[in-house]
Design a protein around this ligand. Sequence first.
Ligand code: IPE
Ligand code: IPE
Ligand code: MG
Ligand code: MG
Ligand code: MG
Length: 314
Amino acid sequence: MDLDSLGLKWYFYLYTSSKGLDLSLHNDLGQKKRLFEDFLNTFLLEHDNGTGLYKACAYSMTSPGKRLRPLITMLSCESAGGQAEDTLYAGLAIEMIHTFSLIHDDLPAIDNDDMRRGMPTCHSKFGEPTAILAGDSLIFLAIETVFASGYATEIKMDLLRAIGDMCGVGGLVLGEYKDIMAEAKDVTLNDVEQIYLNKTSRLFELSAYAGSRIAGAGQREITSLRHYGRELGLAFQAIDDILDITSTEDVMGKTVGGDMLKKKATIVRVLGMDAARKWAEERTGSAVDSISYMTSPAAGTLRKLARDLLGRIC
Ligand code: IPE
Ligand code: IPE
Ligand code: MG
Ligand code: MG
Ligand code: MG
């Protein structure tokens, strides 16, 4: 895998993509993103077994994502008094689960999309069977990653329990299932909230939980940071659904316009565009408020990140 040539694509994409949120403009986030991606590249190369399956995993993992979830894990850890570096294994495991969800979300049987992170989707590049199996592999690689960390046994157990609770049949995958089952159906605001909570918020909440748990945070901080993750996830999916209508493939780096065609259950569909924007603003406000008592620079960055993400639709 030629990581350098992919690297050039990253920078082209990030510098040309304002809606893709240019983290390089934000010093602290830019540095943390580089720290994470160096770790990711080293970890992947250590697992290179020369197979097409590995190549498909590495292709999707190294494509230019915003890395929001590992960044939230780092910032949550720092907000609770820990070190960002200590979260690299947990952040990588979460990014693997996120990437699995993107690979499967793009498949012909789910959203049937051709572009992701400014590049052909995994199945467009490697074929559907390999993409399905690459997604499967990333789930198990995530488990391996948690085990490979130097975290205390209780922390490993808590992280794996949280991954099980929040990503599977009662979490992210359930959200994807509900999303597909709701296509072309009449849906209520509550239906949309349930879909968003599961398919998107769970991973943001998991990221915040992992960071605070690794920091050894107390219950109040863990609860607040989880709330931040949950509300940010709701806002994030609403913003994504608005941008699916108002933005372009070049800017987003992925296929857009499909939600309307497939009659997806989105906040815009149930509330209309103006009220959907307001709803995203309210969710962002709630995320920011839940950690307003935290005084560290990292907590300030989490609040700024939430506002910057909202800025993509304002
Ligand atoms: C895409 O997430 C999936 C949604 C929850 C809308 P991101 O927009 O964080 O995707 P990457 O990782 O930056 O590509
Ligand atoms: C899905 O939402 C989020 C996932 C769990 C993958 P979307 O289907 O709207 O995500 P995009 O727009 O393809 O990134
Ligand atoms: Mg989808
Ligand atoms: Mg999709
Ligand atoms: Mg979308």
